[in-house]
Design a protein around this ligand. Structure first.
Ligand code: ZN
Length: 213
C-alpha cells in the first residue's frame, strides 16, 4: 500500500497534475509521510509569530489570566486596565500632576510608559502625554461607541491605558495627545523602583517640565 502510494506520488509529482491526486484520494493523504513533514515545517515558520504592534490580545509578554489580574488589581483598576473602562474626567490622581522628573508606569505590570517630560497640561480632564517611552505603548484601532479612535495599551501586558489623538493643535513636539486614565498609571520618582513618600528629588535633568496652561 505504502510503496504503491509512493509510486503514485512519484507519478503525480510531476508538476502538471498534482492537484488531482490530492483532490481524488483523500484517504491516501492520511498516510503520506509528506504531511507529517509538512506540519513541523510550517509550525517553524509561523509557530513563533512575531510580536508586532499589529498583533492583539495574544502577543503580550505578560500573559496573566483575568483571575490573576483580579488578585492584584483593585476593582477599578481591573475595570479600566482589563475591561477597557474609562475614569470620570478631572477625577484622576495624575490629571493635574506636573512633576519635573520621574516615570509613569503601568499600574498593572509596572512597565515604564511615560516620562514626566512627556506630560503636558491639555485641560482635557485626564493625564496627557505627547510621547511615550519608546516601544512601551501599542496602538490599536478602536471602533467602539460608533467612533474611530486609536486605543493605546501597555506593550508588556496589554493593559488599557486610554486613547491617542493627533493633530489637535497642541503646541508640543508631536501634536499627539495620549489621553490616559490615571488609574492605569503609577508614578515613580526618578531613580526609584516604587512610589515612595516624598523625599523629593528635584533633578532638573533634561526635561522642560512642560507645565503650561
Ligand atoms: Zn502593563
Amino acid at each position: 500500500m505504502r510503496s504503491r502510494f509512493f509510486r503514485i506520488l512519484l507519478t503525480f509529482s510531476n508538476p502538471i497534475r498534482p492537484p488531482i491526486l490530492w483532490a481524488t484520494t483523500p484517504r491516501l493523504r492520511n498516510t503520506t509521510p509528506l504531511k507529517s513533514m509538512t506540519i513541523p515545517f510550517f509550525s517553524a515558520l509561523f509557530g513563533t509569530s512575531t510580536p508586532s504592534s499589529k498583533n492583539t490580545m495574544t502577543s503580550y509578554p505578560d500573559q496573566r489570566t483575568p483571575e490573576e489580574w483580579r488578585a492584584v488589581l483593585s476593582p477599578e483598576q481591573f475595570r479600566i486596565l482589563r475591561e477597557k473602562g474609562t475614569e470620570r474626567p478631572s477625577t484622576g490622581l495624575y490629571d493635574k500632576h506636573a512633576p519635573s522628573a520621574g516615570t509613569y508606569g503601568c499600574a498593572g505590570c509596572g512597565a515604564a510608559l511615560y516620562e514626566a517630560r512627556h506630560k503636558f497640561a491639555s485641560g482635557c480632564g485626564w493625564p496627557a502625554y505627547f510621547d511615550s517611552v519608546p516601544g512601551a505603548v501599542v496602538r490599536h484601532e478602536d471602533r467602539s461607541l460608533g467612533m474611530a479612535r486609536t486605543e493605546i495599551v501597555c506593550a508588556n501586558c496589554g493593559g488599557h491605558l486610554g486613547h491617542v489623538f493627533k493633530g489637535e493643535g497642541y503646541d508640543t513636539p508631536t501634536d499627539e495627545r495620549h489621553c490616559v486614565n490615571s488609574v492605569s498609571l503609577t508614578f515613580r520618582e526618578e531613580g526609584e523602583g516604587a512610589a515612595g513618600a516624598g523625599d523629593g528629588k528635584e533633578a532638573g535633568a533634561e526635561g522642560k517640565g512642560e507645565s503650561k496652561v
